[in-house]
Structures are given as structure tokens and as C-alpha cells.
Design a protein around this ligand. Structure first.
Ligand SMILES: [Zn+2]
Ligand SMILES: [Zn+2]
Length: 281
């Protein structure tokens, strides 16, 4: 399994001199399965460059797009996704319940008049909805993909990919709480992440920022460190960087988590997701 970060930022794209290291594009992650199949998580602004890359690769364009949820920062790159304008492309949309409908609606002039110059029906690719992950899991070739409810306004899904080479858990826009909604307590997430080789988790805030951000659906570094520790994950990547967080601020989050893990005697390695970086499992 190969994981490439095309967009790592939360809430709104935030390019600029202070975000060049970790990137300014919003959520979009490419997962290349052992079989070679392409799975894409979320359609944030990072999706534009991923689309160009997929079209340039000259292979069959059969893509699974898994939507965590449909907040703007996870949706707005979709009209700029190059494969949508290729007649031989097939895009299967799975993940959260609202995904297929919301991807269609952003083109709709009935939704908000005048937001985009073409309609969904003008797209050349074949786009089909699938709702397997809503029912719990999706098997693609030799990869098992499971889903878990997120603790986030309007809900959403996180995903776990398991192959012979290891497991990768992706949880963004998730507020870790002792007792969350049914099925999303801290213990439930520990269970879902148990022994993962790689965990990518929302870490938008610092503990000292949480008082006024409680209920916004994002986690702070202390709760993310505890999840990695309790679940025994091997590598942790913090993700969904706050748009106001500079590169220096993101690096400081990693330093603080590393110190917490070290103090607990954990061997977990903490890093920050960085646009353009590929991880191999
Ligand atoms: Zn988000
Ligand atoms: Zn969100």
C-alpha cells in the first residue's frame, strides 16, 4: 500500500510563505492498493494536482473516491479533478451517505445559482455511487476497507485499510471525547486503531485552544497522542492542520507529541502529514 498526501490542511486552503513545508491544500489523500488500484480519500483542493497526475500516468482511470463527509474543505476540489473530463474514466463514490449527492449538487445551478459554469451531466467520466462503507466494509482486490463513525458536526466516516503488508487508519475531522455519540467514544477509537502500522489523525488544535473550540469536531495534540499510545500504533501522522498554523507551529505540535510519547515509554513515531509526501506500507 502506498499513501500520498495531496492536501493536508483543514477548513480552508491556506497557501503562503508560512505553509510551504506542510502545504496549503485541503484534504485529499491517494491510496494505491497492493493490486495497483487507486483509491482517493476526499475531494479537497489537493485533488486538482492529483487529477493531473492520474491523467498523465496514462493507465486505466478506474478510481474509488471515499468521502469522509461533505464539508466544503473536503469537497471543493472535485470540479477541478482532471479524470472527470475523460470519457474513459470511471469514478465510484463510496463513504459517507451524503457524498454522491453533494458532489452532484456543487455543479447545480438550483443549489446556488452561478457557482460553476457547467453541470454535473456535462462531465465526461462515468460516476457511480456505491454505499458499501455505510454498511461497514468494502473489499477491493486483496484489501479490506472498514469504516468508523466520526465525532464531527453532521457526522462522517473514517477508514481503515488492511492488507498483508499492514494497516492504515485515516481519521480526520474527528473530536476525540471520552463519551461521544453512540459508537464513537474514546475506547471505540482505540479499538478501531489497535496496532495500526500507520494512523493519520486530525490534530487541528493545541490543548490550550480547546476551551473555545470544544464541539467543533477536531482534536488536540494531547488526545491524539493518547489515542496513538493506547492503541499501540507504530507511526502517527498529525493531519488537518489549522489554516492559521504556520510550518513552525505544526513542527511544534510534533515536538510536543513526541515528548509525550517518549515520557510514556512508547515506541510510536510521530510526524506531520506533508503535501507531496508518499508513505509505503
Ligand atoms: Zn475539514
Ligand atoms: Zn469537517
Amino acid at each position: 500500500m502506498k499513501i500520498t498526501f495531496w492536501g493536508t490542511r483543514g477548513s480552508i486552503a491556506s497557501p503562503g510563505p508560512e505553509t510551504v513545508i506542510y502545504g496549503g491544500n485541503t484534504t485529499c489523500v491517494e491510496v494505491t492498493l497492493a493490486s495497483g488500484r487507486t483509491v482517493v480519500i476526499d475531494a479537497g483542493t489537493g485533488m486538482r494536482r492529483l487529477g493531473d497526475s492520474l491523467v498523465a500516468r496514462d493507465g486505466p482511470l478506474s478510481i474509488h473516491l471515499l468521502m469522509t463527509h461533505v464539508h466544503w474543505d473536503h469537497l471543493m476540489g472535485f470540479p477541478f479533478f482532471g479524470p472527470l473530463y475523460q470519457s474513459h474514466a470511471l469514478v465510484t463514490v463510496d463513504g459517507c451517505k451524503r457524498g454522491p449527492d453533494s458532489l452532484r449538487k456543487i455543479f447545480s445551478t438550483n443549489y446556488v445559482d452561478g457557482t460553476w459554469p457547467i453541470t454535473f451531466d456535462d462531465l465526461k467520466a462515468h460516476i457511480r455511487p456505491s454505499h458499501k462503507l455505510l454498511r461497514g466494509h468494502l473489499s477491493l482486490d486483496d484489501t479490506l476497507i472498514e469504516s468508523h463513525m466520526l465525532q464531527h458536526p453532521q457526522g462522517g466516516l473514517g477508514f481503515k485499510f488492511t492488507e498483508q503488508s499492514g494497516s492504515f487508519v485515516f481519521l480526520t475531522d474527528n473530536e476525540l471525547l471520552e463519551e461521544g455519540w453512540a459508537g464513537s467514544s474514546f475506547k471505540d477509537f482505540v479499538r478501531f486503531c489497535r496496532d495500526a502500522d500507520l494512523l493519520v489523525h486530525d490534530c487541528q488544535y493545541l490543548p490550550e485552544e480547546m476551551e473555545v473550540r470544544r464541539g467543533w469536531g477536531h482534536s488536540d495534540l494531547a488526545s491524539v497522542a493518547r489515542l496513538a499510545l493506547d492503541a499501540g500504533v507504530k507511526r502517527l501522522f498529525v493531519f488537518h492542520h489549522d489554516p492559521w498554523r504556520t510550518d513552525e507551529g505544526v513542527a511544534r505540535i510534533v515536538e510536543r507529541i513526541t515528548a509525550m510519547l517518549h515520557d510514556s515509554g512508547s515506541a510510536t513515531v510521530a510526524e506531520a502529514a506533508r503535501e507531496g509526501v508518499t508513505l509505503i506500507l
